[in-house]
Design a protein. Sequence first.
Length: 145
Amino acid sequence: MDKFLQAAIDEAKKGLDNGGIPIGSVLVIDGRIVGRGHNQRIQKGSAVLHAEMDCLENSGRLTASDYRRATLYSTLSPCDMCSGAILLYGVPKVVVGENQTFCGPEEYLQSRGVELVVHNDPECRQIMESFIQKNPKLWNEDIGE
């Protein structure tokens, strides 16, 4: 198991334990985690705190050259909003735990030069499938349906 993907999974579990949607993310620069986050839309009553957005927020202000050396890990395929932030800051690589329960605009990210690696990790998928089955209304709210 990739240690950075495992860190994102740990964030997803932290979010679930706190009553939220179990999606986690970490930002890695030069082999070091500089930010961690998990979906906090429920916990903070937020419209935008998906895991990737929380992670970027928790990473603090970084320079453009920092982002160009970064890899963003997420337990789930990034949505349109999070993909926009990836493109805005020029993050060149995204590692996705799984994209079976939800698939964001991956082809668009790739068409804009982002390297996308999808692991199809069974633990990531199981966590999401279980959550969606138990909380379909919350899940649909999170993805805008």
